[in-house]
Design a protein around this ligand. Structure first.
Ligand SMILES: CC(C)(COP(=O)(O)OP(=O)(O)OC[C@H]1O[C@@H](n2cnc3c(N)ncnc32)[C@H](O)[C@@H]1OP(=O)(O)O)[C@@H](O)C(=O)NCCC(=O)NCCS
Length: 185
């Protein structure tokens, strides 16, 4: 049975949420009250890349509540099959606060990114998604992404205590061909 009240509430959130580029003062909110403080340096480095025009950090903000989601967009990196600066851009660090999931917010954020990229004449959006994350894979497939490769998903970062940490997350690389008004660019 469809819960009408829940539907109305989720529509209210979708209507009121602001999806915008991150400002420096938003950085602490990405740490989610400590849950993601180990990414403190990583977020600071990503912000430096944003200042240099290489990456764009996006946030979803709900008035009165604050930052409820984030996604980063790498425009160029040392792996052109992911992001090459003119055709392909790479979506990563996509996360919505649990209480705001499954309301259509993730879909709305991806749409904002796609429109931004189309304006910049990019033609493909790529991402890596963990093989153990079938919900996200299903969402991306519904949004028109296809699996194009496998990725070992091994990467490292320096945590907030200055220690190297290595993440191992075997992933699918997915890609979407961006279209404008149903026409290929
Ligand atoms: C992945 C993630 C960002 C998606 O965000 P989201 O806001 O939940 O995404 P949506 O609500 O647009 O879509 C999720 C599902 O809800 C459904 N949905 C959309 N609007 C809905 C609504 N009004 N009511 C109920 N369900 C709805 C969608 O159809 C979708 O279902 P599907 O997966 O079967 O296609 C979020 O789940 C998340 O933060 N996950 C944890 C981190 C993560 O895994 N990130 C991805 C790394 S690659």
């Amino acid at each position: 049975m469809v819960d009408k009240n829940a539907e109305v509430a989720s529509q209210g959130i979708l209507d009121n949420v602001i999806i915008r580029q991150l400002r420096k003062e938003d950085l602490p909110a990405l740490e989610w009250d400590g849950e993601f403080k180990h990414f403190h340096n990583l977020y600071a480095d990503t912000y430096e890349r944003m200042v240099r025009g290489l990456t764009i950090m996006w946030v979803a903000e709900l008035p009165e509540k604050g930052i409820i989601g984030q996604v980063f967009l790498q425009l160029i990196c040392d792996r052109p099959e992911l992001a090459d600066g003119w055709q392909r851009a790479y979506l990563f660090s996509f996360r919505i606060r649990p209480e705001y999931r499954n309301l259509g917010l993730g879909t709305k954020i991806v749409n904002v990114l796609e429109n931004y990229l189309l304006e910049k004449r990019f033609t493909r959006l790529t991402l890596n998604v963990g093989k153990d994350n079938p919900d996200a894979v299903r969402l991306y497939k519904r949004l028109g992404f296809q699996v194009v490769a496998e990725e070992p998903g091994v990467w490292s970062y320096i945590d907030d205590r200055g220690n190297w940490q290595t993440v191992r997350e075997p992933s699918w690389r997915m890609e979407k061909l961006l279209r404008n008004n149903n026409r290929f660019i």
